[in-house]
Design a protein around this ligand. Structure first.
Ligand code: PEP
Length: 255
């Protein structure tokens, strides 16, 4: 991370885990452990946990987000949740374009872009995920994939809206696999994202953008990953479900 230009954000992605009592208990446990954090702390929880999480985190430095949203404000979209529904609850963040949404639920560069524009319009902060598969990496396409995904997702986003976006570089082969990218691979991926944003919005805007790394980040590897100049925090899956593990990553980002 470059502390002169950006502050780090550590965000947990709980995925489809934790009932409301479990959510409340975990946040109560995390709160004191991250109270002195010198980085942003966000928890992106299942829709059903949002209200509980917001009330458990009230008055603390923990911000709450969702893990997806639709692009329409309302209507006949059974099973979907609109950005306005999230802001009305008090949610501040939403993860968009997560590889699990792209892989299992048909999200494409186009739908990610639609969701992102609608989320920004509603006043949400977006954590936009981009990342290559193992075969794309092996075929030497990492740079091309990251640049394409970031460019497509940001279509129509103004320079001033960029300050409400965090990009998370998440190599798909490293998500939930226990296989972490090396610090150099994480740094390279993040640098590709920054260069893409620089080409679209100019160097100054790109330097100000928070770019996280995500993919099996944990207490034992966080410091090394976060030491990369272009890694400004992390999007944390598995390790965000254990208070001590998540807090240790927050502490590594606070140094
Ligand atoms: C994620 O889901 O965004 C993620 C990075 O998961 P994990 O940390 O478990 O690899």
């Amino acid at each position: 991370m470059n502390p002169n230009k950006r502050s780090a954000v550590i965000a947990g992605n709980w995925k489809m885990n934790l009932t409301r009592p479990q959510a409340k208990a975990l946040i109560e446990e995390i709160k004191p452990l991250v109270a002195g954090a010198a980085c942003g702390v966000v928890l992106c929880v299942p829709y059903t946990d949002l209200e509980t999480a917001l009330s458990a985190a009230a008055g603390s430095n923990i911000k709450i987000g969702a893990q997806n949203c639709h692009w329409e404000e309302s209507g006949a979209f059974t099973g979907e949740i609109s950005p306005a529904m999230l802001t009305e609850l008090g949610a501040e963040y939403v993860i968009l374009g997560h590889s699990e949404r792209r892989q299992y639920f048909g999200d494409t560069d186009e739908t990610v872009n639609k969701r992102l524009l609608a989320a920004l319009e509603a006043g949400l902060k977006v954590i936009l995920c981009v990342g290559e598969t193992l075969s794309q990496r092996e075929e030497g396409k990492t740079r091309e994939v990251l640049s394409r995904q970031a460019t497509a997702a940001l279509a129509g986003v103004t320079a001033s809206q960029l300050s409400n976006i965090i990009v998370a570089y998440e190599p798909i082969w490293a998500i939930g696999t226990g296989k972490t990218a090396t610090a150099a691979q994480a740094g390279e991926g993040n640098a590709v994202v920054r260069a893409t944003v620089a080409a679209l919005y100019g160097g100054e805007a790109a330097e100000a953008l928070t770019i996280q790394y995500g993919g099996s980040m944990k207490a034992s590897n966080a410091a090394e990953l976060l030491a990369q100049p272009d890694v400004d925090g992390g999007l944390i899956g598995g390790a965000s479900l254990k208070a001590a593990d998540f807090a240790a990553i927050v502490q590594a980002a606070s140094r």
